[in-house]
Design a protein around this ligand. Sequence first.
Ligand SMILES: [Zn+2]
Length: 156
Amino acid sequence: MVIQKEFGHLWELLSQIPDPEIPVINLVELGVIRKIEEKPDQDKVVITITPTYTGCPAKKLFNDLILEKLYENGYKNVELVSQLHPVWTTDWLTEETKAKLLKEGISPPTAENKIIQCPHCKSTDTRMISAFGSTPCQALYSCNKCLEPFNYFKCH
Ligand SMILES: [Zn+2]
């Protein structure tokens, strides 16, 4: 994703917030923060957020974490706008973020064909064990090659 150049200090603050479901990545890396606008005339900050998927239970938590972080840093008047289109996709994760997920044993889908790769041995011979993994945004898979279970990041 293209990170907006303006309001770098605000992007910086938001990048300090870990994803509540996957703490190794932050909300900016997750790509849920789409736009930041500062309105000095109204002494207000407007943040546009696209949740990872509409039923994502983490959505309210994202909002609370953002408001809390900005409040602590002197931004008392913050408006959060939910933008549902275009829908969030794992394509918004950078290669660096995907590499971090793989390291955590979480398999992000590939953009091309959604091949689900084992984060341990990189085999694509995998099968789903349960539609719900350790969080509602993940599914539990097993690798047919190395037999290790892993979480697949299914939100899209
Ligand atoms: Zn494997």
